[in-house]
Design a protein around this ligand. Structure first.
Ligand code: NAP
Ligand code: GDD
Length: 325
């Protein structure tokens, strides 16, 4: 029997990699896309238009802030597995739009869980939770670490995390929360710090720019490769017993060191091209995220393999190729 998966956030970085993975595994994939006045399908269109996927990938209009559209997409797609990846995912933006962020990220998860409970209670549910929920708690962070979110985004995601666990405990839904540390790729949104840096390296190499302006260079993040992380999401929904898992590399790197890796990949000295400006700093920062993914290694057989230096190199190479057309 062909399995059916529903992915919210299918037009995002992770959604596009997950759609590819599930199509490769023989799934029928359904994706939720937002209506907007212009198309935002750059990542999913190549997959959607691939003749190999004809009739196997269906896109449905809907929005995490609108229950009716979520109920409709659940009824239409009749999913075996649901991956809730849709979110206002930018931490800095969440300080400017806290109410919208809570609606899309916290209430959105509840709207979808409720749509499933009432229409497809057998479906397995994955919630895209985040290391941002740990916030101020010192590393290494793992599944049992105290949460202390530092942004409206982190707080909204924490609400969704506990809602997922509550639907599992209260209604016996197969619902899991994947607590993923930062993961990047050439498909990363352009305003996240890694991609901002690798695009700048490409532009500087091409003579189109001379510098990039960043905020806090001291922040430490645990950066892995998104393509490997979507495999971990899928594995979480294949377990006999639902549980929550951290996915991380276990290696922490400062923003400064990531810049050094990206610039040195093309023989440039980052110190000659990176400027700082307080306007890119956040009202409250998460100083250090570094995850312990031992539970995922033991129970899912999942391990990150791409190093942060390799990741920086592959993102720079792709951004250079993109600029060259
Ligand atoms: P992303 O590239 O920003 O993608 C977010 C997706 O959500 C996009 O498809 C976006 O649609 C969609 N979306 C936003 N608001 C929506 C709404 N109101 N209704 C319907 N769809 C909406 O994020 P990502 O990096 O792939 O991350 C995927 C998920 O994992 C997110 O929930 C994120 O918070 C979480 N997460 C990410 C990381 C990471 O390091 N990447 C780590 C931990 C957790 P448009 O294309 O129309 O904007
Ligand atoms: N975006 C951005 N832009 N961040 C900067 C900049 C800049 O110019 N300069 C320094 N930073 C610092 C931020 O203050 C933060 O400490 C770090 O770089 C990483 O910022 P982002 O790349 O925006 O990612 P994030 O860690 O805030 O959030 C990402 O990872 C979370 C998981 O921990 C997002 O993908 C979230 O959706 C995800 O949940």
């Amino acid at each position: 029997m062909t399995k059916r998966a529903l992915i919210t956030g299918i037009t995002g970085q992770d959604g596009s990699y997950l759609a590819e993975l599930l199509l490769e595994k023989g799934y029928e994939v359904h994706g939720l896309v937002r209506r907007s006045s212009s198309f935002n399908r750059g990542r999913i269109d190549p997959i959607y238009l691939d003749p190999a996927n004809q009739g196997r990938l269906t896109l449905h209009y809907g929005d995490m802030t609108d229950s009716t559209s979520l109920i409709n997409v659940v009824r239409e797609s009749r999913p075996d597995e649901v991956y809730n990846l849709a979110a206002q995912s930018h931490v800095a933006v969440s300080f400017e739009m806290p109410e919208y962020t809570a609606s899309a990220d916290a209430m959105g998860a509840i709207r979808l869980l409720e749509a499933l409970r009432q229409n497809a209670p057998e479906a397995r549910f994955y919630q895209a939770s985040t290391s941002e929920m740990f916030g101020l708690t010192p590393p290494p962070q793992h599944e049992d670490t105290h949460f202390h979110p530092r942004s409206p985004y982190g707080a909204a995601k924490l609400h969704a995390h506990w809602a997922t666990i509550n639907y599992r405990e209260a209604y016996d839904l197969y619902a899991v929360s994947g607590i993923l540390f930062n993961h990047e790729s050439p498909r990363r949104g352009e305003s996240f710090v890694t991609r901002k840096i690798t695009r700048a390296v490409a532009a500087i190499t091409a003579g189109r720019a001379t510098s990039v302006t960043l905020g806090n260079l001291d922040a430490v993040r645990d950066w892995g490769y998104a393509k490997e992380y979507v495999e971990g999401m899928w594995r979480m929904l294949q377990q006999d017993v639902p549980g929550d898992y951290v996915l991380a590399t276990g290696v922490g790197t400062t923003v400064r060191d990531f810049a050094e890796m990206a610039f040195s990949h093309v023989g440039l000295d980052w110190r000659e091209h990176v400027e700082t400006d307080a306007r890119f700093e956040r009202p409250s920062e998460v100083p250090e995220l570094l995850g312990d993914a031992s539970r995922a290694a033991a129970e899912l057989g999942w391990k990150a393999t791409t190093t942060v230096r390799q990741l920086a190199g592959l993102m720079v190479d792709t951004d250079i190729a993109l600029l060259q057309g």
